[in-house]
Design a protein around this ligand. Structure first.
Ligand code: PAF
Length: 282
C-alpha cells in the first residue's frame, strides 16, 4: 500500500503508472475515515483504473482555531481502513507545507452566492478555504472523477461551481449520506462524541424527517418554527440554524414552488462539537 507525503512523489508515480486510457478517481478527505468515506472509495474503484485518496486537515477552511486543534487526526488507523477496501488505493497525506508552500492562505472566491448561505454565513471564509484546497488538490492529482459526500451538500454544490468557473476537467460525483443505525449522519466529528451524545443525536435525523413530513402541508416558515421549538426544549443540543432552501441555488425557500427541488439543512452544537445534516424534501 503506497502512502505519499509529497506531491512530487505522487505525481511521479501517477506519471509512471497512467496510460492514455487510464482514469483517476479521487476522494479528498480530512481523515478520521468512516463508512461514508469508504463508500466513496468503493465507488471510485468501480469506475476508475486508479483511485487516490487525500488525507489532509486543511487549516484554511477552519474559522474556529479550537475546532482545527481538536479535529481528529488518525492516519495510521485510516490507512488500515483503506487497506480493507483495497491495497491498490494510493494515499496522499501531505504536510501543510507540501500543499501551501509557505503561504497558508486561501484565495477569495465568488461562487455566485452559494457561499453566502448557511455554512457560509456561520463559518466566514470556510468556502474560500475549501475552494483553495480542492483546486490545489485537483491540480496535484489531476483526477478524471472526484467523489464528495452529500452530507456536505453546500460544499458539493460549491465544488461543482468551482469546476464550472475554473473550467477544470474533472467530473464531480455526489454520493449519498451514510447514517448510523439511529439515523445520525456519519461524520469525522462524531469521533469526539460520547456514547450518550451519539445516542441522543438521533434527535437530528428524527426532527429532519418530521420536518419533511410537515413540509407537505405547511410553509417553510412554519416548519422552521417547529424545528426551533423541538430544539428549544433540549438541553444537550443547541440549534445553530435550520433552513429550507432551493437545492440548486441554496436560497431560502420563502414560498413553495412545485417546480423546484428543496432540501432542509441543519447545524447543531453538542458540547461545542458542531454537527450538520441535510435531507431532500422532494
Ligand atoms: O469534506 C471534507 O472533508 C473537506 O472539506 C475537503 C473536501 C476534503 C477539503 O478539505
Amino acid at each position: 500500500m503506497l502512502v505519499f507525503n509529497k506531491k512530487v512523489d505522487l505525481q511521479t508515480h501517477l506519471k509512471q503508472n497512467c496510460s492514455n486510457n487510464s482514469t483517476i478517481g479521487f476522494v479528498p478527505t480530512m481523515g478520521a475515515l468512516h463508512k461514508g468515506h469508504l463508500s466513496l472509495l468503493k465507488k471510485s474503484l468501480e469506475n476508475n483504473t486508479i483511485t487516490v485518496i487525500s488525507i489532509f486537515v486543511n487549516p484554511t477552511q477552519f474559522n474556529n482555531p479550537e475546532d482545527l486543534k481538536k479535529y481528529p487526526r488518525t492516519l495510521e488507523n485510516d490507512v488500515e481502513k483503506i487497506k480493507t477496501i483495497s491495497k491498490e488505493i494510493l494515499v496522499y497525506a501531505p504536510s501543510v507545507e507540501d500543499i501551501y508552500e509557505g503561504k497558508t492562505k486561501s484565495q477569495h472566491y465568488n461562487f455566485d452566492g452559494l457561499e453566502n448561505q448557511m455554512e457560509g454565513k456561520f463559518r466566514p471564509g470556510h468556502f474560500d478555504g475549501v475552494g483553495t484546497v480542492v483546486k490545489k488538490l485537483f491540480e496535484i492529482v489531476n483526477p478524471t472523477n472526484a467523489y464528495f459526500g452529500e452530507k456536505d451538500f453546500q460544499q458539493l454544490q460549491i465544488v461543482k461551481k468551482l469546476v464550472e468557473k475554473e473550467k477544470l476537467a474533472v467530473t464531480i460525483i455526489g454520493c449519498p449520506i451514510y447514517r448510523e443505525a439511529n439515523g445520525l449522519a456519519m461524520s469525522s466529528r462524531n469521533e469526539r462524541l460520547t456514547e450518550e451524545q451519539k445516542d441522543k443525536a438521533s434527535i437530528i435525523y428524527k426532527t429532519m424527517n418530521e420536518a419533511k413530513k410537515l413540509f407537505g402541508t405547511k410553509s417553510a416558515k412554519e416548519v422552521s418554527e417547529f424545528v426551533t421549538k423541538a430544539f428549544k426544549n433540549n438541553t444537550m443540543f443547541e440549534l445553530e440554524y435550520f433552513e429550507i432552501a432551493d437545492e440548486a441555488t441554496l436560497l431560502t425557500c420563502k414560498r413553495k414552488n412545485k417546480n423546484k427541488k428543496y432540501r432542509a439543512f441543519i447545524a447543531v452544537f453538542v458540547n461545542k462539537i458542531r454537527l450538520i445534516d441535510t435531507i431532500s424534501l422532494n
